[in-house]
Write a protein that binds this ligand. Structure first.
Ligand code: M6R
Length: 592
């Protein structure tokens, strides 16, 4: 889940400031260490443990000389976050520089072989073997491209690799296997990166090399070669995300900016209605649907299941991607398997998608255009949230929900529900306006060690997502429960120190949820309720009441009721002095 970038400029200017700018945009992929290597008649490397800003203060990346180079921001997988383990890595003779994203399963074996051949290693990463293997094959007479190809033949696992050598100092080469990599060109030069936000400022025409292909960047252009070294004709896609979309634009954090942008995410995704209708027609008849996803996208999938089953009457499973192997055995030609993913690169989802392609129709609901899952699924629906930089998913979640509501509404020909979706952006804006109130009340929750989120029916996945938002950025232990499940065990944990957040919109499930609310209240819990404005019963039974527009029906509530829960997590995080955009141990895109 590291971020990688390479750049070669058309004019002979120093590339380091551009590399630094690009890699700064990828900090959401990891922030354990950072480094840059440039070529200036020799290879220069600066790298260290720490986040980009603090390492830059120490190492002054922008002063580095050289007209091309590579950069890396690390999320440690093999080898601790240390200066030595920071990328770029050089081979033992210091003539090849590489950056790598992924994990190599057979690196110990390869490393031992290289050590036996006299090679010295300076890090405990898996990646350093790549630089040494490339060097070994170049010493045996191969050129850089062929040496990279021969190296990848030895590697087992996932990788995106970008490399250059002082022995062929006019090019950067790159390749991938099960890890994302894009190549892009703009006015100033040619780029390679793990994902598009890195290069948006400089290049928006993007090519996505397929697995096993090698991209060769020189100051004259881009060449892509197949496994046999034959040049292939490539087609680029223009990315319509603007550079501004990936900037903070005056907000303190990406997370609050992205929460604020949620009404636009819904509005823009609603424009996909026509395309979704066409996808539904192309898919044709299905007897069964299975939704597959991870994390926040899994929570959106549970809402999808409830919608599809209740509106369309189609049997629908929902499964966590890393647990899909058993359900996968039941997929057949009458099953539509839907994958929901912000990044379109999540490893477990992609592996399940590969399985589903063998037997079933597949549909990917993805935010990042041109990502792996867009190519790998038979049908694609693109959510229109724009780039999401904060590690905690917010606007992409409501965009996913919008897409799945449209899908369920259209497949069941429920025009009333589809029409109602157009009111959602205004409801979201109203909810965001409560941010000062939520900021104030967040102070009451800093002390908590545990918190429970309760919801029933459509509000159950909202409870799960609310709890995930709290735990991932505040580090407070939080659990989401189906409200009716509480009395089957978790109620034993409730006492006067435990905040319970109850999601209780008006509708069919309201009376039963109210009973559950009273149960926790009777056991002394501190109750925060999210419900319809003016509800006296809720007021009476809650310590804190976040009031939502009473017109929001239970079925629509997931799209809006999540907003105060996101805001609560955001402000509790600030109160506790943590960075909401960079939660510890996490990265935005999980490609391993
Ligand atoms: O890119 P994806 O939607 O496939 O990512 C899945 C999860 O890693 C992701 O939703 C994660 O749970 C969120 N970033 C948490 O806020």
């Amino acid at each position: 889940m590291c971020g990688i970038v390479g750049c070669i400029l058309k004019e002979k200017n120093d590339v380091a400031p551009i590399l630094f700018d690009c890699i700064s945009k990828l900090e959401y992929r990891g922030y354990d260490s950072v480094g840059i290597a440039t070529y200036d008649n020799k290879i220069n490397v600066r790298k260290a443990k720490g986040d980009i800003e603090s390492v830059n203060e120490k190492l002054r990346f922008k002063n580095m000389k050289g007209i091309f180079g590579i950069a890396h921001t690390r999320w440690a997988s093999t080898g601790k976050p240390t200066d030595e383990n920071a990328h770029p890595h050089l081979d033992a003779t210091k003539s090849v520089a590489i950056v790598h994203n992924g994990t190599l399963e057979n690196y110990t074996e390869l490393k031992n072989e290289l050590i036996n051949e006299g090679c010295k290693f300076t890090s405990t990463t898996d990646s350093e073997v790549i630089a040494n293997l490339i060097k070994k094959y170049m010493s045996n007479g191969l050129n850089l491209e062929d040496a990279l190809r021969k190296t990848t033949e030895q590697l087992k696992g996932s990788y995106a690799i970008v490399a250059f050598s002082k022995d062929e100092p006019d090019k950067i080469v790159a390749t991938r296997q099960d890890s994302p990599l894009i190549v892009a060109y703009g006015k100033t030069g040619y780029f390679v990166a793990s994902d598009t936000p890195a290069v948006l400022e400089y290049a928006r025409d993007v090519i996505r090399p397929r697995e096993g292909e090698i991209a060769i960047l020189s100051n004259e252009g881009i060449d892509i070669h197949d496994k046999n070294g034959k040049s292939i004709k490539w087609k680029s896609t223009y990315i319509d995300w603007t550079p501004e979309m990936a900037r903070k634009e005056g907000f303190d954090h990406y997370m609050i900016k992205e929460i604020t942008e949620q009404s636009d995410a819904v509005k823009n995704t609603l424009t996909q209605k026509g395309k979704i209708q066409k996808v539904i027609e192309k898919i044709g008849k299905v007897k069964r649907i299975c939704l597959v996803a991870c994390g926040t996208s899994y929570h959106a999938s549970i809402t999808g299941k409830y919608l599809i089953e209740s509106l369309a009457g189609i049997a629908c499973d929902v499964v966590i991607a890393s647990e899909a192997k058993y359900t996968a055995k039941t997929w057949d030609e009458d099953t539509l398997v839907i994958f929901i993913s912000q990044s379109g690169e999540t490893y477990d989802s992609r592996m399940a998608l590969k399985e589903a392609r063998k037997t079933s129709k597949t549909l990917a609901i993805v935010n990042v255009a041109g990502s792996a899952m867009c190519e790998e699924a038979e049908f694609v629906i693109q959510t229109q949230a724009g780039p999401e930089i904060g590690v905690a998913a917010t606007k992409t979640y409501v965009a996913q929900l919008t897409a799945i509501y449209l899908f369920a509404g259209l497949i069941s020909k429920n025009n009333a529900l589809v029409d109602e979706l157009y009111n959602v952006p205004a409801y979201i804006d109203e909810a965001v306006k409560q941010k000062d109130y939520i900021k104030e009340l967040s102070k009451r929750y800093d002390f908590a060690d545990d918190a429970f989120y309760l919801g029933r029916g459509f509000s159950y996945p909202v409870a799960l997502e609310g709890a995930l938002k709290l735990k991932e950025i505040t580090y407070i232990h939080a659990e989401g429960y189906a409200a009716g499940e509480l009395k089957h065990g978790p109620l034993a944990l409730i006492d006067e120190k435990v905040p319970v957040i109850v999601i209780i919109p008006p509708g069919e499930d309201y009376p039963k949820t109210m009973t559950n609310l009273e149960e926790v209240k009777a056991r002394g819990a501190i109750v925060l309720s999210v419900g319809a404005k003016g509800d006296e019963n809720i007021t009476k039974n809650s310590n804190v009441f976040i009031e939502m527009n009473p017109k929001i029906r239970e079925i629509i509530a997931p799209l809006v009721y999540i907003v105060p829960l996101q805001l609560l997590s955001y402000y509790v995080t600030l109160d506790k002095g943590f960075d909401p955009d960079r939660p510890r141990n996490l990265a935005k895109v999980i490609t391993v």
